[in-house]
Design a protein around this ligand. Structure first.
Ligand SMILES: [Zn+2]
Length: 249
């Protein structure tokens, strides 16, 4: 399963957060892809061709360390992990620790990890996989960037028509307010994942017109990007579409 487009872009730009919280039903598959990206030496990580990508794929990369559920829940294995984290990577520039059921860790274990995140070496990266992220301490959650791992289906014809209408409205030199307003209101009905996809595709479509009218389109693109970034946070789509409306009108 591929990484979401904005994560892919981020990896290509060399931005690798030290702590990632992976939630959603596809988190196992996505964590493997993300680990490959973190360890890859190719130009477009994960390239799936370099020796690092292949070792991750085969489950034999020495710098990808899995701390599995049963062992990771107590504080002792976390202490062992702490010790290990101070040993430099074997082959790559980073070491990736994958905690497959992070939400089962008790508070002591979570605090030990938090301390490691704050004080540990920069090459150590942690993926927290959780089916119930609410069980993680807020202090730990706030240190993580969240990656939602869900199957977002292909756009339906109706969704595509809605996106085309949205982009057409944004391309107007003189913005018609009412149709844009009612379109923004209709976005409330989407789930956060659907809204994120809608914005990703609208941004791409709108950016293709940027050369024709940079001064007019740049602020609109920025507004879309801001709301897109906010989709990663736990905010309802009612608020997100309100934010979109306020930034566009
Ligand atoms: Zn690679």
């Amino acid at each position: 399963m591929n990484l979401p487009k904005h994560w892919q872009d981020r990896m290509e730009a060399g931005r690798f957060p030290n702590a990632v919280l992976l939630i959603g039903e596809k988190r196992d598959e996505v964590s493997k892809e993300l680990a490959a990206a973190y360890l890859c030496v190719g130009q477009h990580p994960p390239c799936h061709g370099c020796s690092h990508c292949r070792k991750v794929e085969a489950g034999i990369h020495p710098d990808l360390i899995r701390a599995d559920t049963a062992d990771a829940v107590k504080v002792d294995p976390i202490r062992a992990l702490r010790t290990d984290a101070y040993i430099r990577p074997n082959e790559g520039d980073r070491k990736v620790y994958l905690l497959s059921a992070a939400d089962l860790m008790n508070a002591n274990a979570q605090n030990a990890l938090l301390k490691l995140l704050e004080e540990g070496p920069e090459y150590a990266c942690f993926f927290f996989l959780a089916s119930n992220p609410e069980r993680l301490l807020p202090t730990l959650r706030s240190r993580c960037e969240t990656l939602r791992c869900e199957n977002v289906g292909e756009e339906t014809m109706e969704q595509m028509a809605q996106r085309n209408e949205f982009v057409t409205l944004l391309l107007q030199e003189r913005q018609e307010k009412m149709p844009l307003l009612s379109l923004c209101v209709s976005l409330e009905k989407k789930s956060r994942e659907e809204l994120a996809l809608f914005l990703d595709q609208s941004i791409e479509q709108l950016a293709a017109h940027l050369v024709q009218n940079p001064a007019g389109l740049f602020p609109k693109l920025e507004a879309l990007r801001t709301v897109r970034a906010a989709c990663e946070v736990n905010i309802g789509t009612g608020h997100l579409s309100g934010l979109l409306m306020a930034s566009l009108l």
